[in-house]
Design a protein around this ligand. Sequence first.
Ligand SMILES: [Zn+2]
Length: 275
Amino acid sequence: MLVTLNEILKKAKAEGYAVPAANVDHDHNVRAAIEAAEEMNSPLILNMVPAANPDMEFFGPVAAEMARRSRQIICLNLDHGKTFHQCMLGVRSGFTNIMIDRSTLPLEENIRQVREMVEICHGLGLTVEGELGHVGMGENYEVDGNQALTDVEEAKVFVERTGVDALAVAIGTAHGAYKGTPHIRFELLHRLRDALPVPLVLHGGSGSGDENLARCAKEGINKLNLSNDLKRAAIENLVSRDLSGNGAYQLYPLLAEGFKNKVKHYIAVCGCAGK
Ligand SMILES: [Zn+2]
């Protein structure tokens, strides 16, 4: 069943667990993620970054249809909509949540652009995720991993004035593979959770460690974005096999199997199995 982010995250916030948002870019990994959710009886969020599959007008409706056919509740999220045009393309392509990332802009301009997107999306029955503070790249983590953490007072103003349905916060994680050890600010997470009425989102879940992520899910994060770890698991499942002769036919099934098993692993870490 295809639903908006609110239909998944309101319950997650009320009951104190997270839901994995799996980055997908192909019908093989969409199917793998949905099968993982069905086997674990879990809600699921499908994340799509336009850079990973630029043909959103084709891929959006395919992923939306696959979500509709499932018995689980599934949200199709456009991750990091970089421009107004890209966000509108997401709306037209069947996405049920738009993540608009204007976190590198000054606060007032971030608020203005996110507010505009909220008005459009809410008018269409869709939801919106914003970002405050900035989640950078793991390869630069040793240099800028401590910069641009989310400020609690600013976040209160941001949520109230934009009307966003969920907020991505910067509490010490980073996108992609880490150089250096991630240091997650749980105390900051607690203050954000207690101060804000909306569900919180963690970007850069991969490489952050199961123990850290399970704790995040219990202590205030409701949506956990995962990309690198899922793709890595797919690759490892492939290269560990004997692919000689007709083994080549197993290319996509093995990638999907590795991807699916890792999504199931993170469903368990997030505490959303059976929800
Ligand atoms: Zn992100």
